[in-house]
Ligand binder design. Structure first.
Ligand SMILES: [Zn+2]
Length: 148
């Protein structure tokens, strides 16, 4: 698979996940509306329902962010600028591009850029809860992969 095909594959993968999340959110909403009166007697259920929805919403936002990055990568590809670091103009390391198909920074610039990069709140929560370690969340922001 070349990088163009990998970007397209990633794009449809993310779009699928987004559709999935939207369905899930719609069900939560639907459930909440239909059973609202029940919750008066079960405040704990409502709390966990709200928590689930916020979690789904957060994940959805992360996916939308990544989709945006993939779309930008596809544009850069069409313009012949894919794989070129946006900051220093050097070719991005091949292994890095393979791990992070939508990245637009080389390893060095990503490391520097990271200092001023604001992570989505949800990502912070994932790290704090121990659910996410850097190597496992590389594909979310495209700025986390330094090893090559
Ligand atoms: Zn660079």
């Amino acid at each position: 698979m070349d990088s163009w095909q990998r970007l397209l594959a990633r794009k449809s993968e993310i779009e699928d996940m987004i559709r999935h999340k939207q369905d899930a959110l719609y069900s939560y909403q639907h459930l909440a509306n239909a059973e609202l009166s029940m919750y008066d007697e079960h405040p704990a259920d409502l709390a966990s329902e709200v928590y689930e929805r916020e979690k789904e919403q957060g994940l959805l936002e992360m996916l939308e962010y990544e989709l945006e990055k993939v779309n930008q990568s596809l544009e850069r590809h069409q313009e012949g600028r894919y794989g070129i670091c946006q900051i220093c103009g050097q070719a991005i390391e091949a292994a890095r591009l393979e791990a992070l198909v939508n990245t637009d920074l080389c390893a060095n610039c990503a490391k520097t850029h990271q200092l001023s990069f604001h992570r989505p709140v949800e990502e912070e929560a994932l790290i704090e809860s121990g659910l996410g370690v850097p190597a496992e969340r590389t594909d979310i922001s495209g700025h986390e992969f330094y090893d090559h």
